[in-house]
Design a binder for this molecule. Structure first.
Ligand code: KDG
Length: 340
């Protein structure tokens, strides 16, 4: 009797120690260095949000989790960093969803021309269940999606002519993100679409390897494209998200507490970044005019012609992501429109 009592007491003690140990592991916050890469300058909406993310993580971990931010594509272009995360050579980054399409093709849904009419619709859909569902598909490819940030509505710049009628796209050598939907869309509009990583864009414009590009006002200003571009045409042809990602190989080794700290900081930085991007966007347009860019806004009639010409690209998104997922996004979008 005594022997079995001692044995069961030892068993209870052992399992308590093990669970305490697991508990300690789940609550552990270890000293870690986290390399967080991004493509724009430090003095950009992307850079300011990355800095805030690092500050929030340090605050919440008593300085144990040290996020070192690396801007201006100093750790590589978006797709190079995405591959570094998959391989475990880098811990985190923020970059375009568009360059993830080669890894997780469902991300292409966010490249659909004219999908969102305004930022409120974008926020509602990206932060919805279907936005999370698309983000979670990254896991099978070695990435963890934390949150979406805002790159913003994209507008055209070029050195050939102001884009006033649909024919004005004809023959313009336009740099686009290395993404099948962007390449197809601008070919359908009549431009000569040239896919290039963001990190090569300024030089390509400066050396006239390309005539133009398309990006949100904040990026056009912070990357000084006004120095090498004459015309800015407000087209708002697509809303671009950024996405904060982590290396799954690295992420899976974190404790629950560490994951919670990173997720909460990424969400705080998202909320800050969206506000900052919108506030600075209006100022950026005024600054671009000050810098001498000739600015025009495309008419509703030409916007409609763009939509019609881009229709096959929208169909190719549906073919790529699947009718069901595309309709899930549309349903979420209709809910957002009804709530406005
Ligand atoms: O690293 C910069 C990219 O994240 C982002 O700016 C993508 O809009 C983009 C572009 O034009 O490449």
């Amino acid at each position: 009797m005594k022997r079995s009592l001692i044995a069961s007491f030892a068993l209870v003690t052992l399992s308590a120690m093990v669970s305490l140990n697991v508990q300690a592991a789940e609550d552990d916050v270890r000293s870690r260095m986290i390399r967080f890469g991004y493509g724009l300058n430090e003095d950009s909406n992307q850079g300011r949000a990355a800095k805030l993310f690092a500050e929030e993580v340090a605050k919440a971990s008593d300085g144990k989790l040290k996020v070192r931010t690396f801007g201006s594509a100093s750790l590589g272009s978006d797709d190079q960093m995405q591959n570094a995360l998959i391989g475990g050579a880098q811990e985190m980054m923020v970059g375009s969803t568009a360059t993830l399409v080669g890894i997780t093709e469902e991300m292409a849904v966010w490249d659909t021309p004219f999908l969102f009419e305004n930022e409120q619709q974008a926020d509602a859909v990206l932060d919805s269940e279907v936005g999370r569902k698309i983000m979670d598909k990254l896991e099978e490819k070695g990435l963890v999606g934390l949150v979406y940030w805002e790159n913003g509505f994209r507008n055209m710049t070029n050195n050939v002519r102001p884009i006033e009628k649909i024919e004005d796209f004809e023959g313009i050598k336009l740099r686009v993100m290395p993404n099948p939907v962007f390449i197809e869309t601008f070919k359908l509009l009549g431009a000569n679409a040239v896919p290039l990583p963001f990190s090569e864009l300024f030089t390509a414009l400066e050396t006239k390897a390309v005539d133009g590009q398309e990006n949100p006002f904040n990026t056009i200003l912070s990357s000084k494209f006004y120095e090498v571009q004459d015309y800015l045409t407000i087209t708002n042809h697509v809303y671009s998200p950024w996405i904060v990602t982590a290396s799954k190989r690295w992420w899976d080794g974190l404790s629950q507490t560490e994951k919670g700290i990173l997720m909460e900081a990424a969400a705080k930085a998202r909320d800050f970044e969206r506000k900052d991007t919108r506030a600075e966007g209006a100022k950026a347009l005024a600054a671009l005019k000050e810098e001498g860019m000739k600015v025009n806004k495309i008419s509703p009639e030409v916007t409609q012609q763009m939509r019609e010409k881009a229709q096959p690209a929208i169909q190719s998104v549906i073919d790529r992501v699947g009718e069901d997922l595309f309709q899930e996004v549309q349903a979420e979008l209709e809910k957002a429109k009804a709530a406005q």
